[in-house]
Every structure is written in structure tokens, then in C-alpha cells.
Design a protein around this ligand. Structure first.
Ligand SMILES: NC(=O)c1ccc[n+]([C@@H]2O[C@H](COP(=O)([O-])OP(=O)(O)OC[C@H]3O[C@@H](n4cnc5c(N)ncnc54)[C@H](O)[C@@H]3O)[C@@H](O)[C@H]2O)c1
Length: 372
């Protein structure tokens, strides 16, 4: 397979390219000039844990007449909030950005979601570019146009649909990423395989360790490419999550509730929460007689081999259950009484299962804690 590669995202509200390759930050300028031709100012949103050499390597290529600024959002899910977005909006206002100017996210999903949200509401929308620097943001959050922030009531409760002008995915930036974050990104890669592509799942069974350990550049590129293509197919069919797109939430109902329950602390990051949530959803799929035991075992084997095994019983105590269930009720994926749980019919085929917390998730979680 030859890289760099381009994947085009096509949605009702617009199309844009995703560029995937190794050492391709140098292509930023060319694309910036092409997709944001009238931009005179560019603000990069990043954070201090991301080596600043990435920013400087882009900055030195920008046209001299362009003004270039940078803001850091403190690292961590807790900072994906209105306070940080307001700082961005104030900066844009004070520096007289107009709608032809640009906001670029240079960071993981936290930076991308917050920067995208700010870009979407400033003067009703200014140019936005994504340069995702975590594996998770390269395969998921930078693709598909969801922006958002958390508030005290839950995750991503405030947000917009807003697409970038282009997404530049350079796997060279993964070199500085902690291994824990590689595992977290792998969670979303695995998700695509489980919900829509069994062949991909079987490939991941062989290549998973090479991806997590960064021992094969080609495997990482291929995993990112297939993931982005998978997401683009779904988003192309259902941009605003009226139906099909919900299957991307596989593992996220429990995952989000766990993150929120732990107040977005460092104990558990997004991908780790999804890993727990996907195993729970797979187990429920089997208990409800959808997923065959043999396939559940194949998922369990993969978890075992890649060291993904974890359980939410490590993060919730019995006396915290009521609070945990309250959080689940507030999740925007659930309407007043019913929840849309994403389950598997088989590996590679997910579907929306309409149920209630009382019928499905509460007994499951209680039972898991009993076995602690
Ligand atoms: N918009 C969407 O469609 C969508 C989809 C999935 C997830 N998300 C969101 O994405 C967020 C999770 O994203 P994430 O996993 O990227 O987390 P993150 O943005 O918190 O990044 C993880 C950590 O890695 C550090 N980091 C980032 N790039 C680095 C690099 N190249 N080298 C060294 N350190 C680096 C960050 O500073 C942070 O400490 C969550 O808020 C989640 O809700 C959004």
C-alpha cells in the first residue's frame, strides 16, 4: 500500500479530505493555502504535553504575511469545558479574527473537540483544520464533524456538527505518545472491526500488538486508513446521527458513564473506558442470545492477548451505584425512558437495541459488582 493517501469525506453539509501518511506535517502549508485561501491569521490550539516541535515545523512553512498564534488548553478531559472554549473565543475576538481566518487543532480529541466547537460558534463559523496527534483522534475524533465539550452533568452535552477544511494525519507524531494512549486509540480501531468488519477484526488479531507497540509503521497506517474509511461510510450515510451513526457508540454507553462517574479523572481515559464498555456490550449481546459464544470468546482472547482486560468494578463501589445509574439516565444517547444500546449480532454486525436501563444495564452492572 502506498502512502500518503487521501480519503474523501462526503456529507450533506460538505466534503473534505483526510490525508494519511508518515512524516507529512510538511504538507500542511500546501493544503492550508488550498483550502483556506483567504485566511490571513491562524490560531493553533494545542497543549503543553504535545512536543512543540510539531507546531514549529508547521509554523516555519506558513506564508510570512500570515499571522500565527498558539494557545494551550491544559491537558485532560476535565478541561474540555466552556471555560477553555471561552478563552479561545476571547483570543479570537481580541485579535480581530474574521470568518476567513483559521483555527487549527494540533492535539488529541480534547483539543480537537474544544477547538472545533470554538471555531464553529465564533462569528457563526470560521475555518477549521484538524491535525490530530493521538491515535484515538486520528482514527475517530478528527473525522466526522462532531465537536463538543462536557459540563458538570455529563460528557459532550454541549456541541455542534462542524467539519474541518481538511484533516492531516501524520503518524510520525505518535512517536512521542505514551503507550497508554496507543492502547486507548486501539480501542476505537477495534470498535470499527467489531461493529462492521469481521475481516478487519481477524487482521487486528494478528496485527494488534504491532499497532499498540508501534513496531510496524505499515500496520498503523493501514489501521488508520480502514478506521477512517469505516467512519466516513457511516458519517456519509447519517451525518447527524438520526439512526445508523449511533452504532459508533458501541461500548460508549457504559464507557461515558464511567468517565463521568470518575469525574474525567486520569484514572481512566476515554479509550480505556470504551474498552470496558465494549466487553460489557459484547457480553450482553451474548446473554441476549445474539452473539455466539464462540465469537464472544474470540473477543475475549484478543483482549487477553493484548492486555486489554479491565472491568468497571474496579471503578465503582456498590454504594455508588445509584449515582452511576443517574449519570446514565442523563446521557444524550438515551431518551427519557428508553436507551439505545448498541449490541452485536455477530462480529462485524452491530445493531441498535432499544431497551431500558432497568431491564438491561442495571442488572448487568449489579451482577458484575456482585462477582467482584
Ligand atoms: N468528536 C468525536 O467524534 C469524538 C470521537 C471520539 C472521541 N472523542 C473525544 O476525544 C477525547 C479523547 O481524545 P484523546 O484520546 O486523543 O485524548 P486527549 O486529547 O486527552 O490526549 C491524550 C493525552 O495525550 C497527550 N498527547 C496528545 N498528543 C500527543 C503527542 N503526539 N505526544 C505526546 N502526548 C500527546 C495529551 O496532552 C493528553 O495528555 C475525548 O474527549 C472524547 O470524548 C470525540
Amino acid at each position: 500500500m502506498n502512502y500518503p493517501k487521501k480519503i474523501n469525506i462526503r456529507t450533506e453539509s460538505g466534503s473534505y479530505p483526510i490525508l494519511i501518511g508518515n512524516n507529512i506535517l510538511k504538507n500542511f502549508n500546501k493544503n492550508y493555502l488550498r483550502f483556506c485561501p483567504k485566511s490571513k491569521k491562524i490560531l493553533f490550539i494545542t497543549n503543553t504535553k504535545i512536543p512543540n516541535k510539531y507546531f514549529y515545523s508547521i509554523k516555519k512553512m506558513l506564508p510570512k504575511k500570515n499571522e500565527c498564534f498558539i494557545i494551550n488548553i491544559p491537558s485532560g478531559e476535565k478541561n474540555k469545558n466552556l471555560l477553555e472554549v471561552n478563552k479561545i473565543l476571547n483570543f479570537l475576538t481580541i485579535h480581530n479574527f474574521d470568518r476567513n481566518d483559521t483555527v487549527a487543532a494540533l492535539g488529541g480529541g480534547v483539543v480537537g473537540d474544544a477547538a472545533g466547537f470554538a471555531a464553529s460558534i465564533f462569528k457563526r463559523g470560521i475555518n477549521f483544520i484538524q491535525v490530530p496527534t493521538t491515535l484515538l483522534s486520528q482514527v475517530d475524533s478528527s473525522v466526522g464533524g462532531k465537536t463538543g465539550i462536557n459540563n458538570t452533568y455529563g460528557k459532550n452535552l454541549i456541541g455542534t456538527f462542524y467539519h474541518p477544511k481538511f484533516v492531516l494525519i501524520d503518524i510520525a507524531v505518535l512517536g512521542s505518545l505514551p503507550k497508554r494512549e496507543m492502547v486507548s486509540g486501539f480501542a476505537e480501531i477495534l470498535k470499527y472491526s467489531l461493529i462492521m468488519n469481521k475481516k478487519f477484526f481477524l487482521w487486528l488479531c494478528k496485527e494488534g500488538a504491532n499497532i499498540i507497540n508501534r513496531s510496524s509503521t505499515l500496520s498503523i497506517l493501514k489501521a488508520i486508513e480502514i478506521s477512517c474509511k469505516s467512519k466516513s461510510i457511516i458519517v456519509g450515510k447519517d451525518e447527524k446521527e438520526k439512526g445508523l451513526r449511533a452504532i459508533l457508540n458501541f461500548g460508549h454507553t457504559l464507557g461515558h458513564a464511567l468517565e463521568s462517574h470518575l469525574k474525567y479523572s486520569n484514572k481512566l481515559n476515554h479509550g480505556e473506558a470504551v474498552i470496558i464498555g465494549m466487553m460489557a456490550a459484547s457480553t450482553i449481546s451474548h446473554k441476549k442470545n445474539f452473539l455466539k459464544n464462540q465469537e464472544l470468546q474470540a473477543i475475549k482472547d484478543l483482549y487477553q492477548r493484548l492486555g486489554l482486560n479491565d472491568s468497571f468494578k474496579r471503578y465503582i463501589q456498590n454504594n455508588q451505584l445509584n449515582n452511576f445509574f443517574k449519570i446514565m439516565k442523563k446521557d444524550k444517547k438515551n431518551n427519557s425512558k428508553n436507551i439505545n444500546l448498541i449490541l452485536l449480532k455477530r462480529i462485524g454486525k452491530a445493531f441498535i437495541y432499544k431497551t431500558t436501563l432497568e431491564k438491561t444495564l442495571m442488572p448487568f452492572v449489579k451482577n458484575e459488582l456482585k462477582n467482584a
